[in-house]
Design a protein around this ligand. Sequence first.
Ligand code: HEC
Ligand code: HEC
Length: 267
Amino acid sequence: MSRRSRTVLLVTVIAALSSATLAQAQPQSGIVRPTFEPSAPSRELGSQLFAGNCASCHGIGGTGIKSPRPGAGDILGAGPSLRNVGALSADFYLRMGFMPLASFHDQPGPEQERVLFSDKEVRSLIGYVASLGSGPAIPNPDPGAGNLSEGQSMFLSHCAGCHQIEGRGGFVTGAEVPPLQNVAATRIAEAVRIGPYLMPRFSTKQISDAQLNSIVKYVLSTNRPDNRGGWSIGNLGPIPEGLVAWWIGAPLLVISCRMVGRRRRRP
Ligand code: HEC
Ligand code: HEC
């Protein structure tokens, strides 16, 4: 290899390597940010971030877009009005990493979870969405004021059908039901009032704020369930525990019956 072609090769390799680092330094998705971000959260920052990242689906000023229409980059956008969803819904959807959706065909859910905004940006967006109408504020549940046994019985009647009695999650037709361990009190209260995806929405008539405190207290208590004695199989709830009884207990029963039977035959 001549000296010249070696130099050319070296330059090409360096160029390729540095463009790889440049590509990595790009944000992981197309979040649009103003060139200058103030140091504190503000409604102004919220409105700029909204215009760049949300308006293509939710419309200018959050009025909603019913039939899909092309926005920036000719990507089709559509989404519900955010006029009266309030800080409650914005806090939940943004902190769950559900928004912005990559495509309006997507269903917000655990697979989409990725929070692409900083805490300052999230607060700014929440403030902006809240200012669009008169929606509910971020709830402030007080589990200390709740009653554990009331919480457990409310959870049994309203939530356990999907989340299981110990809140360990499971499946319902069409959705994975998340486990509720290590979910913060505020998020539990938000989920109850919003009813994300297939989860029903509970009004204050169905579950009062005082009862919600009890439910939150019960859900938080499942983070460290006291062991009920016996053989712990991860507090999976009555159905899996019953299954274990059948799969292990039943064969043992058969075996011992046979042994007893055999012993009888001998004099
Ligand atoms: C690609 C389209 C798209 C983009 C971009 C998008 N959204 Fe959404 N958004 C939706 C759709 C569709 C729904 C309804 C989802 C559902 O509830 O099943 C939704 C729901 C919401 C909700 C819940 C509304 C309610 O009824 O409680 C909030 C809040 C929200 N979006 C905020 C935002 C914010 C803030 C941004 C920008 C950071 C954003 N969205 C970007 C499509 C989008
Ligand atoms: C019909 C089934 C169903 C019922 C009943 C139900 N949920 Fe859910 N819940 C779900 C599903 C499905 C999700 C996931 C939603 C998503 O992916 O957007 C969920 C999500 C949640 C979350 C968010 C979890 C997280 O990862 O942050 C909380 C908290 C929650 N539920 C609490 C409750 C409570 C408390 C009740 C009773 C008052 C209840 N749910 C009743 C199905 C249900």
